[in-house]
Design a protein around this ligand. Structure first.
Ligand SMILES: *[C@@H]1O[C@H](CO)[C@@H](O)[C@H](O)[C@H]1NC(C)=O
Ligand SMILES: *[C@@H]1O[C@H](CO)[C@@H](O)[C@H](O)[C@H]1NC(C)=O
Ligand SMILES: [Zn+2]
Length: 442
């Protein structure tokens, strides 16, 4: 009796220890490595997808995810020669991850710094047509993405995905699936750092590596981008324009703040009710020709995708027309190039027509004041925490350098690290319980 228990128990324990080790160390064999050779923190999360990846460009040729790419690589040197930065406005870089508005620094009137300054830049913040909802998801691809794609397919809806380059090279198959399903792909930079804190050259490196990653994975050279944290000023805008990019933000009050749910700062119900209230307020406005709105959501955690399904169903039931940004803007050329083959120089070979029929064309920024001046209000779509709350949240979840404060203001790296950590803790707990149970059975 004892010996049979032991013979069953020992292999079980070994198996658990192995699981624990792979959980803790990631999978060096399949993990993209950073320049220093350390396994990527996302190794575990990306393992299933990496295994089935057919991308012809190995992840190791890309810079490490989460870091601003080095300017020294031959690729970046080449890109810097192709982009004319000589006329860039002389606006100093901001500080902070992300920078916060308000006290301590004077706003340069020429900088038109979003989200801290009110000014009229030509960033896209609305959909031109009435009752049109521009659907966007940031920070993917991730393990949460497939469920979202499945849902959108079922509902026959197209969204714009603002992809992080460092995530694309870890989930190239998901980026490919998105593009093959007719979604609109766009850039959300390589490492999700606030662009106003970077140099002009670093912005080029962030954008071009992401462009390459998406091109290698899907054959599409993107033209649209969303700045991480919505952080953009006239210097950044200039550099982006030199590379042909169109900046897309989101409409005030249509930030779902969904990224706060996994951090337990906001319940799913609160996010749901808040967003539905914004939709009701929008529908109640009878102004003729009022433009549609652009929402901000994330396909970074399952709970976000779950919320997205509820919100989309709600919007559709309220007769809103849900479209990608390319479609809502009726842009017949949402990409700079398509059918690019990895390893070959990319050339423009055509365009992708919008998949929906245009309605009446009205333009204008007719929504409630886009972007407040201060960082301390907590109502409305762009709610921010007080510095004290930020500090608390930061220490709680990400360590003292964290910035959990702005809309889209999580640190994607730390956030996914946190999710992986939770996963590991759960595994360890399960293993411990099995271990004790095993001992008890002896
Ligand atoms: C995110 O966290 C990582 C790891 O702590 C850090 O290296 C990186 O600079 C952070 N990025 C931002 C935008 O705060
Ligand atoms: C949506 O449109 C349908 C068909 O026109 C109509 O019957 C329904 O009442 C509308 N629903 C809402 C919430 O406006
Ligand atoms: Zn983001």
């Amino acid at each position: 009796m004892l010996s049979t228990s032991i013979s069953g128990f020992v292999p079980f324990v070994i198996c658990c220890v192995l699981l624990l080790l792979t959980g803790v160390q990631g999978s060096p064999a399949s993990a993209p490595t950073s320049a220093s050779g350390a396994p990527s923190h996302k190794a575990k999360a990306s393992k299933p997808q990496r295994a089935s990846s057919s991308s012809s460009t190995p992840a190791s040729i890309y810079p490490p995810p989460d870091l601003v790419p080095s300017l020294d690589s031959p690729e970046v040197q080449q890109w810097l020669q192709e982009v004319d930065l000589s006329q860039a406005p002389n606006i100093p870089s901001n500080k902070g991850e992300p920078p916060t508005c308000g006290t301590g620094w004077t706003l340069n009137p020429k900088s038109c710094y979003t989200p801290c300054q009110e000014c009229s830049a030509d960033d896209v913040v609305t959909c031109p047509d009435q009752d049109v909802w521009g659907l966007t998801f940031d920070d993917g691809p991730s393990k949460a993405t497939p469920a979202l794609l499945q849902f959108l397919e079922k509902k026959q809806l197209k969204a714009t995905f603002f992809l992080i380059g460092g995530n694309v090279v870890q989930f190239p198959e998901l980026a490919k699936k998105e593009s093959e399903s007719g979604h609109h792909l766009a850039s959300h930079t390589w490492s999700h750092h606030p662009l106003t804190t970077l140099t002009n050259q670093q912005i080029v490196a962030e954008m071009k590596w992401t462009e390459k990653a998406i091109m290698d994975a899907t054959g599409h050279k993107v033209r649209y981008m969303r700045p991480p944290y919505g952080d953009v000023d006239n210097r950044v805008r200039f550099v982006l324009k030199q590379m042909g990019y169109v900046v897309v933000d989101w409409s005030d009050t249509f930030d779902t703040l969904d990224w706060q749910i996994p951090l337990h700062h906001r319940t799913r119900k609160e996010a749901e009710v808040g967003f539905q209230a914004s939709i009701q307020k929008y529908l109640a406005r009878k102004a003729a020709g009022k433009p549609g709105f652009i929402s901000l959501e994330h396909d970074l955690a399952d709970i976000n995708v779950d919320l997205a399904q509820t919100l989309i169903t709600y919007g559709a039931n309220n007769n809103l027309t849900i479209r990608s940004i390319a479609d809502c803007l009726h842009d017949p050329n949402p990409y700079a190039a398509i059918n690019y083959a990895p390893g070959v120089n990319g050339v423009a070979v055509g365009s992708i027509p919008p998949s929906s029929t245009p309605k009446s064309d009205t333009d204008g920024l007719d929504l409630p004041q886009y972007r407040g001046k201060t960082s301390s209000t907590s109502s409305g779509g762009l709610s921010r925490f007080s510095p004290r709350q930020q500090h608390f949240l930061g220490n709680l979840f990400f360590g003292s350098r964290a910035s959990a404060g702005t809309a889209d203001g999580h640190n994607a790296t730390r956030f996914s690290r946190w999710l992986v950590a939770v996963e590991r803790i759960s595994w360890s707990g399960a293993i411990l319980v099995s271990f004790v149970a095993g001992l008890a059975s002896l």
